[in-house]
Design a protein around this ligand. Structure first.
Ligand code: DC
Length: 210
């Protein structure tokens, strides 16, 4: 059984949904690294200050087993899912000092093994020695539709065209940044989920994990 699983891919590809389910089925810990970049973005927004090393020097980000996210001890699970924080996360993710700090935390979390970690640079930078690497993608239209339905279900205001444009912008920003851009690792397995159900993707990953 593969002990460390890395799942990368663009926004809305279904990484967190399938990684969470795979973790539950394998008895593994799920680590959502996007939530960590979102927490940094929220900290910047809430502080009203410019992002610098000092602001995140002592930042505390905790992900608990139930999927809750804590920023400096406060539950921010809901607050980090707004479109404003999505944009902010993609912006803070460009800075080397932010990536360095979060990469260190992520490697520490993976040390205990039996983890499935999702993000943009897990297979390429954070855990280059992962036992299994998946690059999960889907068409832009399908990803926008999924995000739209997700936001609607949470009663956030949502507009499909706007979401699609934001996804295109985030994809561009995430894959063109200089440090640790979104990229498929050479040894990652490409999974296109456009025409697959969640269950099909989960089963495929579990098969590969055996
Ligand atoms: O997966 P997500 O949408 O929650 O991620 C939010 C942003 O964080 C995304 O636009 C890019 C950034 N991110 C990153 O740069 N590296 C990661 N490992 C995870 C997320």
């Amino acid at each position: 059984m593969k002990k460390i699983i890395a799942v990368d891919g663009p926004a809305g590809a279904g990484k967190s949904t399938v990684s969470k389910l795979c973790a539950a089925r394998l008895g593994y810990t799920y680590i959502d690294t996007g939530a960590m970049y979102r927490a940094v973005a929220l900290k910047v927004i809430q502080s009203g200050k410019n992002l610098d090393e000092n602001l995140i020097k002592d930042i505390e980000i905790t992900l608990d087993e139930s999927g809750k996210v804590f920023l400096d001890g406060i539950d921010v699970t809901k607050e980090i899912r707004t479109p404003e924080v999505s944009r902010g996360a993609s912006n803070v993710a460009k800075f080397g000092f932010v990536r360095k700090k979060l990469t260190e935390l992520q490697r520490e979390m993976a040390k205990r093994g039996k983890v499935i970690m999702d993000g943009r640079d897990i297979g390429t930078q954070v855990l280059p020695n992962a036992d299994l690497k998946i690059f999960l993608t889907a068409s832009v239209d399908e990803r926008a539709k999924r995000r739209f339905e997700e936001l609607k279900a949470k009663n956030f205001p949502a507009n499909l065209d706007q979401i699609k444009n934001e996804i295109i912008l985030r994809d561009k920003q995430d894959s063109e940044r200089e440090i640790a851009p979104l990229a498929q690792a050479d040894d990652a397995i490409l999974l296109d989920s456009t025409n697959l159900t969640v269950e099909q993707v989960v089963n495929k990953i579990l098969e590969l994990a055996q």
